[in-house]
Design a protein. Structure first.
Length: 129
């Protein structure tokens, strides 16, 4: 498999997760692409596929308007980076988020994230995206 093919495949694995999780709210389908021993680095989210399944199901139940708009996806080696506009509710400004996923054997194996609230009154006219 060529390097470009592998990078595109890795990006598609992550795109599929975002589509199932945030567009379709299909938590079980979204987590099909996660390894059982998935490692989570966000200290506010449990590690392991089954632990995150319960957390995501509760999140979808608590915030049925949850969605995200992917602005860009970048892949290098076994890492996929997603820059997106996350909104737990359509009425809020939401967050500018960068997620980093490590892919192993065609599955999401590890995750890191950074998030910044989108300010009501920014100090400049530049978009966060």
């Amino acid at each position: 498999m060529s390097s470009n093919t592998s990078l595109e495949r890795n990006k598609q694995i992550v795109r599929d997760f975002f589509d199932k999780m945030f567009a379709k709210h299909d938590v079980d389908g979204a987590l099909d692409n996660f390894k059982p021993d998935y490692i989570q680095h966000n200290p506010n989210v449990p590690t392991g596929r089954e632990a995150i399944r319960a957390a995501f199901k509760q999140s979808v139940k608590d915030t049925p308007g949850i969605k995200t708009d992917i602005k860009r996806i970048i892949a290098e080696g076994d890492l996929v980076v997603v820059h997106h506009h996350f909104k737990p509710d359509p009425k809020v400004l939401g967050l500018a988020v960068i997620d980093i996923f490590r892919i192993e054997d065609g599955k999401i194996a590890e995750h890191w994230d950074l998030a910044n609230p989108i300010p009501e009154n920014p100090k400049n006219n530049n978009s966060m995206f």
